[in-house]
Write a protein that binds this ligand. Structure first.
Ligand SMILES: [Zn+2]
Length: 78
């Protein structure tokens, strides 16, 4: 169970600075990217991107905040 739980925690865990590894908090800016082509279930994937700034070294970087699938049957966060 060790490897599996570590991977799950990493996915949901805090974002880290790619430069120095410091944990960063919430993004200071977010925006949405909408996929131009729906998937087979006619759902559009909306990717929420965020800009983060490292509190330690000041490095700014982009990361995916979340992905939302919107279709005829409603929205789905995944
Ligand atoms: Zn940093």
């Amino acid at each position: 169970m060790g490897k599996l739980s570590r991977r799950a925690r990493r996915k949901a865990g805090p974002r880290r600075c790619p430069e120095c590894g410091t944990e960063v908090g919430e993004p200071y800016k977010t925006w949405e990217l909408v996929a131009p082509i729906p998937d087979r279930k006619m759902r559009i994937t909306i990717t929420v991107m965020g800009m983060f700034q490292c509190p330690n070294c000041g490095k700014k970087f982009r990361a995916v905040v979340s992905k939302i699938k919107v279709g005829p049957e409603g929205a789905e966060v995944g």
